[in-house]
Ligand binder design. Structure first.
Ligand code: URA
Length: 227
């Protein structure tokens, strides 16, 4: 009897060969932000839809000159269906107010639009999205940016910065640099607001908050000069 032997292919090679699922085919052509948000509700481009309660799409003005992009919704955002409404969102709001930027004049979104978490007791512990989840979700962000055409795209934290500016990008060394990009006139990175909350003591929290506000003030000045 002839036995068919399947070629041995490593898992890593299989993963490289397998077509990666992305949200691309779900994007309706020429869609408004509202239509994009509606289409994203049923996104299954990566397995995170099983984890999050709902898709948390971006929110804000289509006329925004500045778009802020974070990593992924957290627990409160997952519940509310809105980005940056939890503790990190409060820090962002405080920074925006100090820099004279009105939140309702900007657009706020995330690189990944579902909450990735792991259970720990009865808590939901945030888990960083991996490269294929980031890649799967990216077409949504690109569609948002195409619709808004911002002057400045602000990456909040390393996940967003490395996804949009390259894996070698270091927020600690390159924050505040204005980088021309096809995504927006300039892309710039600053810290994620939650890193300010994680600072070890009040003095360093205060210092980090002031640096964050300084980055936001610079962004406000750029928008004034360029627009
Ligand atoms: N952290 C993020 O990166 N995005 C949110 O929307 C909330 C917290």
């Amino acid at each position: 009897m002839k036995v068919e032997v399947e070629p041995v292919v490593s898992r890593a090679r299989q993963a490289r060969r397998a077509p990666r699922s992305t949200a691309g085919p779900l994007i309706p052509p020429d869609a408004s932000l509202r239509q994009l948000a509606a289409a994203a509700k049923s996104c299954r481009a990566c397995p995170l839809w099983k984890k999050g309660k709902q898709t948390v799409f971006g929110e804000g003005s289509v006329k925004a000159k500045v778009v802020f992009v974070g990593e992924q919704p957290g627990f409160e955002e997952d519940r509310a269906g809105k980005p940056f409404v939890g503790p990190a969102g409060k820090v962002l709001d405080k920074g925006l107010a100090a820099a004279g930027i009105a939140r309702d004049e900007v657009y706020v979104t995330n690189i990944v639009k579902h909450f990735k978490w792991e259970p720990k007791g009865n808590q939901h512990i945030h888990k960083k999205p991996n490269a294929s989840e980031v890649a799967a979700c990216r077409p949504w962000l690109e569609a948002e940016l195409e619709e808004i055409q911002p002057t400045v795209l602000v990456c909040l934290g390393a996940t967003a910065a490395q996804a949009l500016l390259g894996r070698d990008f270091r927020v600690t060394q390159q924050r505040g640099q204005l980088i021309p990009s096809p995504l927006a006139r300039y892309v710039v990175a600053t810290v994620h607001p939650s890193s300010i909350l994680r600072a070890p003591d009040q003095e360093s929290r205060h210092r980090e908050m002031n640096l964050f506000i300084a980055d936001l003030k610079k962004i406000a000045r750029v928008v004034q000069v360029v627009s």
